[in-house]
Ligand binder design. Structure first.
Ligand code: BGC
Length: 250
């Protein structure tokens, strides 16, 4: 049994767990802390270190950390919904110093997409799968035959004059008190455009609101099958943990 650690950093919460990479099941409780106010780097790294300590992970267990930003060679290149201090930061090295071990560092939606492709709604699906997460922002992951094409950032696709996540995220639905019908019209605009641009084989919809999928997914008119994610809040943890394990290096 290969155990790895997954830590999922979000704008409101930071959570981590031990993962059995064979089955894709959690092997510990999920440890969760609120994201420190302001989302500054040092405070977030410290919180992640507390979580890792509490998990009491086996000594050599690989650690994966996912984060809501473009991640290029271990650097965070954007900061939507977290402190601007992250822009251009050597984030992977910062986490490695703070956690005292090597980590694998990846975008949060990319991690969730890897998890759904490996253990969830897109398991066994060939061709292009596009995962989107509907939360504070909108995250996305492209997977081709199960391989991740990172940093797709569809939430920042500019459509009708503004980034999609500024008018179609789940937080916008809550803030504007949109009915699921009204929200679905916005999602229709987004997903129809994504479908037109990329012609995926499958669209997977994640984020906490995906548990209410029966209220909005059936309202969408697309030629591409669109299904709810199945790993829900654990997808980031599972995907980060899975990506951290590199068999050739063990
Ligand atoms: C960020 C992405 C992130 C997504 C979901 C967006 O605002 O730009 O990097 O994946 O939110 O957290």
């Amino acid at each position: 049994m290969t155990i790895a650690v997954g830590i999922d950093i979000g704008g409101t919460g930071i959570k981590g767990a031990l993962v059995d990479l064979g089955s894709g099941e959690l092997r510990s409780e999920r440890v969760k802390r609120a994201t420190p106010a302001g989302g500054a780097p040092a405070a977030i790294v410290e919180t992640a270190a507390d979580i890792l300590a509490e998990l009491d992970a086996p000594a050599g267990a690989p650690v994966g950390v996912c984060f809501p930003a473009i991640v290029l060679a271990g650097r965070t290149m954007s900061a939507a919904n977290v402190s601007d201090e992250w822009i251009g930061l050597e984030a992977e090295s910062l986490f490695e110093a703070g956690l005292g071990r090597d980590i694998h560092f990846v975008n949060d939606a990319d991690a969730a997409g890897v998890a759904e492709a490996r253990y969830g709604a897109a398991a066994g699906q060939g061709g292009l799968v596009i995962m989107t997460t509907l939360g504070t922002g909108i995250g996305s992951a492209f997977l081709f035959d199960g391989a991740l094409i990172p940093n797709s950032e569809l939430g920042h696709l500019e459509l009708d004059g503004a980034d999609v996540e500024s008018w179609a995220s789940n937080v916008v639905r809550e803030r504007e008190e949109l009915s699921f019908e009204d929200w679905a019209e916005r999602l229709q605009r987004f997903y129809a455009h994504v479908e037109f641009l990329f012609s995926p084989e499958l669209l997977v919809v994640g984020g906490g609101v995906s548990k209410h999928h029966d209220q909005f997914l059936p309202l969408l008119r697309l030629r591409t099958p669109i299904v709810p994610a199945v790993l829900r809040n654990n997808a980031g943890i599972l995907g980060a943990a899975a990506l951290a394990h590199r068999p050739e290096s063990t």
